[in-house]
Design a protein around this ligand. Structure first.
Ligand SMILES: C[S@@+](CC[C@H](N)C(=O)[O-])C[C@H]1O[C@@H](n2cnc3c(N)ncnc32)[C@H](O)[C@@H]1O
Length: 455
């Protein structure tokens, strides 16, 4: 017998929202059939309009709220809940912090890994915190436009106020957009892989006030380069760095490998943990400086470092963690895959007068195996991987090296839970509650610190 879903597209149904998914969608059921609903909060009774029906679940949006959650924020324009920029903006901030704590617990419970999770450490002002933006440039209604993508789509919604970015960035994006319009630069057309300008990336140094603007182009040629460079510098006086980055690939990755400095320097400076950092266009740098300092301070505290310790910092980026712990220990080894980031890390060690660090360009999993084969015996290993988490082989190499402690800084609780479970196979277990630190207010991203020790 053919299964028919209990809901149909474009029909309306009354539901009660039971949970919020890791993507911030309201979860409800009709006859045990799961429905994921945009702009719906836990406990709310709503009328949902079904937008898509799949074999085992459906998507809907909120058509009418019958009973409202006390955690709902009013007056949020649709563009914000629709895009990935601020998908939690309709949830009050204390509830966002509880959601993140809960979500980590859910991921650990799912894998039956025992874990306690502390309350999320939040921000006093959870807006305008981002020091970096990568804004897509597309043709909308015949006009070069900037905005952001609708979730799970390549449909761009035009936006001028991004809410979570440093306001200097919002302003700079509009200035650059208008200059690109004036010189009639063709925006990128994703479908046909034509056009010139793909993205505008802007990064600011929170403490130094320095700004870098990167114009990401599909083609090596940027028409009217000189005029555009002059106008941007005229309208943004004191701009530290203007770069053209060429990305000719058909890819979602924003930056290509080739950078051409159009004016100023090829890098900017910022300060973190009282240290001076140089950051170039392709390097990863934490996006929320206020919360990063809280995160690092806690990670270092939890690492319980002593003067004789040897520390490995895996996924070391431009060396922010390595350099922050260097003074407290005997020696730090960092490994990072992006060559420019390692060059930055080495410069950063030098300009801060730090000599007991060594940075290597390599895949963390390969380098860890090499260090292990070479007989390196770290006392503490700190890992701060990207969202996909750790390679299994890295966990094995770490365990073989037998450090007394592993400090895991994670930006994805699902892969964190998976990796903690794998560490368990080698006798390493969480020795304290997981500590979430909100690096990404108004979004569903979850950052946390875990500490593992041998039983
Ligand atoms: C979450 S960031 C952490 C960076 C640094 N710890 C910080 O806080 O600034 C992850 C870093 O891992 C790097 N990366 C990604 N895959 C890697 C791999 N397989 N091996 C080494 N580094 C990798 C990225 O380039 C990025 O710099």
């Amino acid at each position: 017998m053919k299964f028919t879903a209990p809901v149909a597209k474009n029909e309306k149904y009354e539901v009660i929202i039971e949970d919020l998914t890791y993507e911030g969608l309201g979860f409800a059921k009709i006859d045990d059939f799961p429905i994921f609903i945009e702009n719906a909060l836990v406990g709310e009774k709503i009328i949902t309009l079904i937008t898509k029906v799949k074999k085992n679940f459906a998507f809907g949006r909120t058509d009418e709220i019958i009973t409202e959650s006390p955690d709902r924020v009013h007056g949020i324009a649709k563009a914000y809940t629709q895009t990935g920029i601020t998908p939690l903006q309709h949830l009050k901030y204390p509830a966002q912090l509880r959601f993140k704590q809960h979500q980590i617990q859910v991921d650990f419970d799912k894998l039956k890994v025992p874990a306690e999770v502390n309350e999320t450490i939040g921000m006093d002002d959870p807006f305008h915190y981002r020091n970096k933006a990568q804004i897509p440039v597309r043709m909308l209604n015949g006009k070069l436009s900037t905005g952001f993508y609708k979730k799970h789509s390549h449909e761009m919604i035009p936006l001028e106020d991004f809410k979570i970015q440093d306001e200097r960035i919002d302003k700079a994006v509009l200035i650059v957009r208008d200059i690109l319009r004036k010189f009639q630069v063709n925006p990128y057309d994703e479908r046909n892989h034509t056009g010139v300008i793909r993205n505008i990336m802007v990064r600011v140094g929170k403490y130094t006030d320095q700004m870098m603007i990167v114009l990401v182009t599909r083609t090596k040629k940027l028409p009217s380069t000189e005029e555009i460079t002059r106008e941007i510098n005229e309208q943004i006086p004191g701009l530290t760095s203007l770069i053209q980055n060429v990305n000719s690939e058909k890819t979602n990755v924003v930056l290509g490998k080739k950078n051409i400095v159009l004016s100023g320097s090829d890098r900017i400076h910022d300060q973190l943990m009282g240290l001076d950092f140089e950051i170039s266009a392709n390097s990863f740098y934490q996006v929320n400086p206020v919360q990063t300092e809280k995160l690092y301070k806690l990670a270092i505290e939890k690492a319980e470092l002593t003067k004789d310790d040897v520390v490995i910092d895996a996924y070391s980026g431009i060396g922010t963690i390595s350099l922050s712990v260097a003074k407290a220990v005997n020696k730090v080894y960092g490994v990072e895959i992006v060559e420019d980031a390692v060059t930055d890390a080495k410069t950063n060690a030098m300009i801060n007068g730090i000599k007991n660090v060594e940075f290597v360009v390599n895949k963390a999993e390969d380098q860890m195996a090499k260090w292990q084969a070479d007989g390196l015996k770290p006392d503490v290993v700190i890992v701060d991987p990207p969202r996909k988490g750790l390679a299994e082989s890295l966990i094995e190499s770490v365990a073989e090296m037998n450090p007394k402690r592993v400090v895991y800084v994670s930006c994805n609780p699902a892969t964190l839970a998976r990796d903690v479970k794998l560490f368990g196979d080698f006798g390493y277990e969480l020795n304290q509650p997981i500590q979430p630190v909100d690096q990404f207010p108004q979004t569903v991203h979850i950052e946390s610190i875990s500490v593992l020790e041998k039983k």
